[in-house]
Design a protein around this ligand. Structure first.
Ligand SMILES: Nc1ncnc2c1ncn2[C@@H]1O[C@H](COP(=O)(O)OP(=O)(O)OP(=O)(O)O)[C@@H](O)[C@H]1O
Ligand SMILES: [Mg+2]
Length: 964
């Protein structure tokens, strides 16, 4: 989409009669608005939102001797369907200088205009001019935007009018489709029009449609003469629905289809020339090394500034140099350009993808990728070291800068979930020690006031909750860089946290998230708009230009034309935002990770479980559910009861007892579900004295813990459940068997969380088991101290389980990682698992952690399936795979068809890479090794030991040959 050729603008001078002496000078060709002319001899750039986003590089050049004085009409130029108007003026003193040096023909120094034209050459000349201007120490004082249409005199000659006949006489083809950029105003006889707005004119067959730059229809016309329509060109005027419209230029079908022609309105996008540098550098960041003292960067009168680290050293990581546009904008004091070099101390540890990530973040926050925008989204998958990439960036920007070496930032604000505040502090310490950078994590004992008072600290780390509480104080600090960890929570622009962060008015904003950000187009907009406000225009224009066509094109009923438009708009959106979003998948670090052995273990239910299960399915509540007779989601209560039963019957017993004496409507319903159940339990049943045999999964768990202890006495286990009550049972089991444990759940005070994690990760810790509530603590934690992960129950949302799994298999893990997912054979747990992995169900936004079973709609058919117990099957999931094996020997599905994992991305299939962290599909599961529990030769010693209670296994090994 982008044109990456450098483009030069030639500036010529022409006399113009009725312009006041404009004491102005163009210094910057990248401003997107017209800037007010100032009377007070300030140097101000005047240019309307002229430069199309398709120009990636625009430079300015001054001709020494213009060959011709342009005509009035020449003020309107059309390049690649975009028009621009420019009026430029000079400070008289500068003009005098330029006149002497460039022999500029000025017939009248007081009155003139300038004519600007794009050219693809002139680079050399531009550099000369820059140096001359730098020598003259010209400073741009103020840039202030006004709309050209309000006060720019008309320089063009009266355009030809189209006479629109009332009746059409000719037969014309309907196929004529043309697009024009236009300006419009209410119809009037005035010679000097006051144009009210820009618009896009669509000529289709015999009709006109006029759309404003937000994509809204603002006029329609019909029955024009085909010949007249065909003749429309630049300068023509047309009347449409009481509006006078003047054609400014042709828009190519491509620019229309992609939506580019609209962006000049709300969120004018000027793509910086550096974005090409960004792309080019990725393959080898080291190539961008430039000599710090090369003549090119040394304006006269400045002494050399040395880079902080040697850019020529082996393995040095040097950031991109600012291009000339950037220098025009940000190097107002004409400081020498100095290479920004990442501290070799850090580089030594960085993975290649992290080097790229740092370069990317640097270019984004420096405004080098998208002109004037300093936001970025780093959406690397979990465990790729987003923290280290940010720490490297902060450390670099805090000590260095490209202009005279002056640091770019002073203070950084890191906002993160409470459980990760201390993790950030630790990571700073891990990578930079405690001397280089002083970070201040806010907790109960360390209040924001302390940070404000002390000049000592440069980085404030605070939880989202605390941020809201301390907002007033935080607003008093000027932060230069804002990092929002697990920032997908900002996907709603209306929530307090987002508005609070926006109110801090820090320009350089980074969102970190391991969750894909493109699943929902509105949430996507909110994240984009947070990091780079206004870049996609207003929400309403975004909806019209992108969201509606894209969603429409995905409807089964969409026409070919709608499909094509939707796809192009989606591609354009991906392309625009791709400049400041970076996502890499787990594969990039696989080679640094030990093997991962994943097992899905189908555990036979205990006798009590089966009896209770049958009874539950026969209850009146379940029957009513299946007849669709009850409102108010009674199925959720039934599902909840079945899940509890799978975990342990005593959990169900507690619920039954709890509801016995209640009388509300809801609870009545629940009571009807439990009716007669208590009689199934032994008469003297005491839930506190639960036995392990009562639950199939618990039996497997205990055998598993025993064999791990025996075969790997130094290794540790992370035991995950979604329910606190289940964790209580697991904790009791640990106690009974003398397994030392630690526990982190929703109740654990935030201030203690890191301590608990550190304790477990420490090699001196005696804890064998880490009891983790996946919902409370999954996100962002590093639990590399453990090498066995047991998922005791299953969540509807695969993202919850994936989050938990990636806590162990991440950078720093020294042992092969064993993952065991326990499912009760034939029960609802298998159904949930199937739902997780079946393709059909991936069409929901299941990768979103915020989605729970309450968001899932079930048809009566699906409920029937959920509420069926398959007592005779070894593994219903295997039965569904259509696999011909009987499970009596190792078997790997022979179907070679590899179905790509798909995720519901509203932007379509663009740039989707495979990932080990995405939920797997049915056909992929078929590729896993699988065998029944009765299989004679189990080679895995852990599985061998638990087989007695297991009906079926699936196993997959990643990185089998990695040696760490
Ligand atoms: N280059 C590296 N060498 C060794 N260990 C590393 C490296 N980079 C990161 N790590 C370690 O990898 C672990 C994961 O890093 P980090 O927590 O930053 O991941 P993340 O991308 O933020 O993942 P999540 O999305 O889960 O929060 C940390 O323990 C970190 O110290
Ligand atoms: Mg993280």
């Amino acid at each position: 989409m982008l044109d990456h050729h450098p483009v030069a603008i030639t500036v010529e001078v022409k006399q113009e009669e009725d312009i006041k002496p404009p004491p102005l000078l163009v210094l910057n060709s990248q401003q997107s608005d017209i800037l007010e002319q100032r009377e007070d001899h300030e140097l101000v750039h005047v240019m309307e939102r002229s430069l199309s986003p398709s120009l990636s590089s625009v430079d300015m050049r001054m001709t020494s001797s213009p060959s011709s004085i342009p005509r009035r009409d020449d003020f309107f130029r059309h390049e690649r369907g975009e028009h621009f108007r420019t009026q430029l003026g000079y400070d008289p003193q500068i003009l005098q200088m330029l006149k002497e040096e460039h022999q500029i023909i000025l017939e009248n120094q007081k009155n003139f205009g300038l004519y600007v034209q794009e050219k693809r050459d002139g680079l050399k000349r531009r550099q000369q001019l820059e140096e001359e201007l730098l020598r003259a120490k010209i400073e741009v004082e103020k840039l202030k935007a006004v709309r050209l249409r309000h006060d720019l005199p008309e320089f063009h000659s009266a355009p030809k009018e189209i006479t629109v006949p009332k009746r059409q006489e000719e037969e014309e083809p309907d196929s004529l489709v043309k697009y024009f950029s236009v300006v419009w105003c209410k119809a009037s006889k005035k010679k000097h029009k006051k144009w009210e707005g820009d618009a896009v004119l669509i000529v289709k067959g015999k009709s006109f449609t006029l759309k404003d730059l937000e994509g809204k229809d603002i006029g329609r016309g019909l029955a024009y003469k085909f010949k007249e329509l065909e003749k429309i060109e630049e300068g023509h005027r047309v009347m449409i629905g009481g509006k006078e419209v003047e054609v400014m230029g042709i828009i190519s079908p491509d620019d229309f289809n992609s939506g580019r022609c609209f962006q000049l309105g709300g969120g004018s996008l000027a793509i910086s020339s550096s974005s090409q540098a960004a792309k080019k550098c990725f393959s080898n960041p080291f190539k961008s090394v430039c000599k710090p003292s090369s003549k090119e960067n040394r304006p006269n009168g400045f002494q050399d500034c040395k880079p902080r680290h040697d850019p020529h050293a082996q393995n040095s990581l040097v950031m991109s140099r600012p291009d000339n546009n950037h220098q025009w904008m940000f190097n107002k004091s004409c400081s020498p350009i100095v290479d920004v070099v990442i501290d070799p101390y850090l580089v030594y540890h960085l993975r290649p993808h992290q080097k790229e990530g740092i370069l990317f973040l640097y270019e984004c926050v420096m405004g080098m990728r998208v002109n004037g925008r300093c936001g970025a989204i780093l959406a690397d998958e979990m465990g790729l070291g987003k923290t280290l990439q940010c720490i490297s960036l902060i450390w670099t920007l805090q000590c260095q800068g490209p202009y005279g070496g002056k640091p770019v930032i002073k203070k950084t604000l890191i906002v993160t979930p409470g459980s990760l505040v201390n993790n950030w502090r630790k990571e700073f310490q891990k990578w930079l020690g405690s001397e280089r950078i002083k970070v201040f994590p806010v907790d109960q004992d360390h209040k924001v006031e302390e940070f404000i008072k002390s000049p000592f600290y440069s980085v404030l780390i605070i939880s989202y909750e605390m941020l809201l509480r301390s907002l007033d104080q935080i607003k008093n600090v000027k932060f230069d860089l804002l990092i929002c960890d697990e920032g997908h929570r900002l996907k709603n622009s209306a929530i307090k946290t987002t508005t609070a962060l926006i109110s801090l008015s820090c320009e350089k904003r980074i969102i970190l998230t391991g969750t894909p950000v493109q699943n929902d187009l509105q949430e996507f907009f909110a994240l984009i708009d947070f990091v780079n406000p206004g870049i996609l225009g207003s929400l309403s224009s975004y909806r019209k230009i992108y969201e509606e066509p894209i969603i429409l094109s995905r409807q089964p009923s969409a026409s070919e034309e709608e499909k094509e438009l939707g796809e192009k708009r989606a591609a354009e959106l991906t392309c625009l935002t791709g400049l400041f979003i970076l996502r890499r998948t787990q594969e990039v670090i696989n080679k640094y990770l030990p093997p991962k052995i994943e097992n899905v273990v189908f555990c036979r239910p205990g006798a009590l479980q089966i009896e209770l299960y049958r009874k539950l399915l026969n209850s009146q509540a379940v029957r009513f559910c299946l007849q669709g007779l009850l409102g108010n989601s009674p199925h959720l209560i039934c599902i909840g009861a079945l899940k509890k039963l799978c975990n342990h019957p005593c959990l169900l017993f507690n619920s039954i007892k709890g509801k016995e004496c209640s009388s509300t409507w809801d609870e009545n319903e629940e009571r009807s579900l439990y009716e007669g159940l208590v009689n199934v339990f032994p008469a003297d049943y005491n839930p506190l004295m639960f036995t392990e045999e009562e639950s199939g999964k618990l039996q497997v768990l205990l055998k598993l813990l025993a064999v791990i202890r025996e075969l790997r006495p130094t290794e540790k286990v992370v035991l995950v459940s979604n329910y606190t009550q289940t964790l209580n049972i697991l904790q009791e089991v640990c106690r009974r068997h003398g397994y030392a444990f630690t526990r982190l759940d929703g109740q654990t005070p935030v201030s203690q969380r890191q301590q608990i994690v550190d304790g477990f990760n420490s090699k001196y810790s005696s804890d064998f088991i880490f009891l983790l509530s996946s919902k409370a603590g999954g996100v962002g934690l590093n639990l590399i101290g453990g090498s066995h992960l047991i998922l005791y129950d299953i969540d509807w949302n695969p993202a919850t389980d994936i989050q938990a799994m990636s806590r162990l298999w991440r950078d720093g893990q020294k042992h092969p990682v064993h993952i065991y997912r326990l499912l009760t054979t034939g029960t609802i747990e298998e159904k949930i698992y199937q739902r997780q992995i079946s393709k059909q169900d991936l069409s929901g936004a299941v990768v979103d952690l915020t989605k729970t079973s309450e968001h899932i709609q079930f048809s009566v058919e699906e409920l029937k399936n959920l509420f069926t117990l398959h007592e005779s099957s070894h593994c219903v999931t295997h039965d569904l795979l259509d696999c011909e094996c009987t499970g009596d020997k190792d078997h790997t599905g022979d179907s070679l068809e590899k179905v790509p994992i798909s995720r519901n991305c509203q932007l379509g299939p663009h740039h989707q890479k495979s990932s080990s962290l995405k939920p797997l599909s049915m056909s992929q599961l078929k590729q896993w090794k699988h065998f029944s529990g009765d299989h004679l030769n189990l080679t895995d010693p852990f599985l061998e030991r638990i087989r007695e209670n297991v009906s079926f296994f699936f196993q997959n090994i990643t990185n089998q040959s990695t040696v760490i």
